[in-house]
Ligand binder design. Structure first.
Ligand code: GLC
Length: 739
């Protein structure tokens, strides 16, 4: 075989990235350049031949290491150029070891933990030949009907930005060319979470000011943090589908943000421009996508088919193509693929090793949120109960607890609650199990009899319910977010036995719990907790660990309240308890204007069932003495906001202390609260600590009517507390430096 172009370049003295890319580009034919812009699915009939012909820049969904090595060998040894492949896979919350779904990881409010989970996912997947993941998904999600809220990091731009950056750091490591680093991908740029009615792929209408102040900040944060790639969203954004949206992909991403990484389409989202009714045919779709700046096409072939003609017709220039292909080659250079694209099948750090599993258990433990704990029924004590009933369709199912996007999970290593509870209590407690329902969606109540029977003789019933994995994730949206099937009826049946109920909920979204809440003594919300969900939940139930998770998303009372999020605007007629009128208290023939006349529903209180940031502990924390170090802060300076936190309970525990700010008057209306800081603080029983946050006036900036990012002088309120409903408040003002 003659030495190919890349081998010649590799043999030359150590070229830097720019020289390497430009030298390679200068020797590529147009067909080969366009070939780099295509990502083939691994099941493509002509994959190997296409690679050999130089028509493939990336392969998605291949995870067999020997196959990957073979494909890389064809690309680097048998093609004219010898350009290695990007090997892409959705490594969303783990590879073989599965961590909690991203929404669950977000409930841990820990950048360190999120980074570590991503790092382990990168180790396991890169050992398998993967060098590109399509994560983090940083779509702000405020509609729990949307299945993809499970993949998100929640409703808040500040928390989503911090955790999204941590995930990128975990995946990409300190150097992208390290063997265990993989390229991350910020998705889905942008505004996908605003899909109307929570239906996936649906239309999004987002005013530019809202887009810039809410949906774009996490993407800007990861762009600034060096995320290697972006993925365009499927969605129609204000009438212009993102895949063909030059304003978003060029004016903002390239020009305003100076981002020069690779942008990949979503799965067949380029030909879908025709389906949107945005382009009359695939040739025009290829033009719009290329013009907008989609560097690589995922799964479909509109580029391969149409770009040559578009270039011949001078509708797309060679210069544009060279700019786009340069980004692809630069990423491959950064990943070190030109030097080595082979993955040693023997040099695999033992997957599923105890260290990885231990992190998975810690992540599951810290992501669980204690929503209710009446009379401190939790933690249970294995020496004080003699029998317990474990009931529910998700109690003994290591698969369902993994959640969505777990293509490569090692299911056998996933430990469900029932096994973990039995392992923990041993012979001390008589554990009886009844599934109650065949699946979480089942409406067949035949299993109720057995379930009630074991509950009647138990000291406590631990019920593990929620959503099977398939009910969350992409395209799995629900118009009701109650517990599916007749799980509510099962809980009611167990309630009627009089045995106390500890409810564990596994789900990929907030669940509306108003009906079941009064009938249970405790609720532990576990999301889909991943491989070590069983052991983590067991340790929390029995007090070996203390719940510390806080909600990264608001829990509504019912689906009719959606969208409901803490960072809402005040409106001109804000709801209040003083003006709230319950539907049952309205007099017959009440005069038209006699009711509250404020922004609320008649049939539901305006507050959430559980607010953003909410989560109980086995101890109690008290917040006092909030303070600012100056009441007038000059523009360009920082203000110190502090409060005293005291663990007034009997158990050592961690608390996630949250700082919220409100800009009381803005040239555009501002949210009634915005998260601007959080700290995970460990306090032993009785210990107290002065918790301090520093906020620079730049952190108070927002996009104004002129779409300029700017901090405006004026009055602000600050809160420090355990969730977004905290009332411990202090005021301060921002003044222009000259004042
Ligand atoms: C899917 C998803 C995207 C994913 C891609 C590859 O349709 O929208 O998040 O990364 O296709 O699987």
């Amino acid at each position: 075989m003659p030495v190919n172009i890349c081998q010649q370049l590799n043999n030359a003295n150590d070229l830097d990235k720019a020289s390497y890319v430009s030298s390679l580009l200068s020797q590529m034919t147009l067909k080969e350049k366009i070939g780099q812009m295509s990502q083939f699915n691994n099941d493509d009939d002509n994959l190997e031949r296409s690679i050999k012909m130089g028509n493939v820049g990336s392969v998605i969904n291949e995870v067999n290491i020997d196959t990957i090595n073979k494909l890389q060998s064809i690309a680097t040894q048998e093609s004219r150029l010898g350009i290695p492949l990007l090997i892409g896979r959705d490594v969303i919350h783990g590879f073989n070891v599965i961590f909690p779904i991203p929404l669950g990881q977000a409930a841990a409010w820990s950048t360190e933990l999120v980074e570590t989970c991503a790092k382990i996912a990168a180790i396991e997947s890169s050992n398998n030949g993967i060098n590109w993941t399509f994560a983090p998904m940083i779509d702000i999600s405020r509609d729990p009907r949307w299945g993809r809220i499970a993949e998100s990091l929640g409703e808040d731009p500040y928390l989503c930005s911090a955790l999204g950056v941590a995930m990128v750091k975990g995946f990409q490591g300190k150097n992208l060319s390290d063997n265990t680093s993989i390229a991350a991908c910020a998705k889905h740029f942008a505004g996908y979470g605003a899909s109307e009615s929570g239906r996936d792929y649906n239309t999004t209408n987002i005013p530019e000011n809202e887009l810039r102040n809410v949906y774009l900040p996490p993407f800007k944060a990861v762009a600034d943090a060096g995320v290697s790639t972006f993925m365009a969203s499927f969605s129609d954004l204000n009438g212009v589908p993102v895949t063909g949206n030059s304003w978003l992909l060029n004016d903002i991403l390239r020009d305003e943000w100076s981002y020069n990484g690779l942008v990949v389409s979503d799965w067949e989202s380029i030909p879908q421009l025709v389906t949107h009714g945005f382009c009359e045919d695939e040739k025009f779709a290829a033009f719009e996508a290329c013009h907008a700046g989609i560097d690589m096409e995922m799964a479909s072939k509109t580029y391969a088919v149409n770009l040559p003609l578009l270039i011949q017709e001078s509708k797309i220039s060679i210069k544009q193509i060279d700019t786009m292909v340069s980004r692809l080659l630069a990423l491959k250079f950064d990943l070190g693929l030109f030097k080595n694209s082979f993955t040693d099948p023997n040099n695999r750090e033992e997957h599923l090793n105890n260290a990885h599993l231990s992190i998975a258990k810690e992540a599951a433990s810290k992501s669980c949120v204690l929503l209710k704990n009446n009379n401190q029924i939790l933690p249970l004590c294995k020496t004080k109960i003699s029998s317990m009933a474990v009931i529910g369709p998700l109690a003994d199912d290591g698969y369902e607890q993994l959640g969505t996007w777990v293509f490569d999970a090692n299911i056998d290593s996933s430990i469900a609650c029932l096994q973990a509870i039995k392992n923990y209590v041993g012979d001390l407690v008589d554990v009886n199990y009844a599934k109650g329902l065949n699946t979480s969606r089942s409406n067949n109540q035949e299993g109720f009899k057995e379930a009630t029977k074991i509950a009647l003789t138990a000291d406590v019933a631990v019920m593990i319910v929620g959503e099977e994995a398939i009910l969350s994730g992409e395209a799995h949206c629900r118009s009701s977010i109650n517990l599916p099937g007749c799980q509510e009826q099962l809980i009611d049946a167990i309630y009627k036995t009089g045995t106390p109920i500890v409810l564990v909920i596994m789900a990929g979204r907030p669940i509306t719990l108003e009906k079941v809440l009064p009938n249970v003594d405790a609720v532990l919300f576990a999301w889909h907790p991943g491989t070590m969900g069983g052991p983590a939940i067991t340790e929390l139930l029995f007090g070996e660990a203390c719940p510390s998770g806080k909600l990264p998303v608001t829990f509504p009372r019912n689906v009719g309240q959606i969208p409901l999020y803490y960072g809402q605007k005040n409106t001109g007629r804000p709801a209040s308890d003083a003006t709230f009128v319950d539907i049952n208290s309205i007099e017959v023939r009440a005069p038209q204007t006699s009711l509250g006349m404020t922004s609320t529903h008649l049939d539901t209180h305006f507050s959430p069932l559980f607010p953003f940031g909410f989560g109980l502990s086995y101890t109690q924390f008290e917040y006092t003495n909030i303070n600012v170090n100056m009441h007038s802060v000059s523009m360009g300076e920082s203000v110190e906001i502090s409060a005293t936190l005291c663990n007034i309970g009997k158990i050592d525990a961690e608390e996630i202390v949250q700082l919220y700010i409100r800009d009381l008057v803005g040239s555009v209306t501002r949210p009634v609260k915005e998260l601007k800081g959080f700290q995970r603080i460990y306090l032993s029983a009785g210990q107290s600590k002065n918790v301090v946050f520093n906020v620079h006036t730049d952190e108070l900036a927002f996009y104004n009517r002129q779409m300029k990012l700017n901090t405006e002088p004026g009055l602000f309120n600050a809160w420090i507390g355990s969730n977004s409903a905290t009332e411990l408040k202090v005021g301060f003002g921002v003044i222009l430096a000259s004042e």
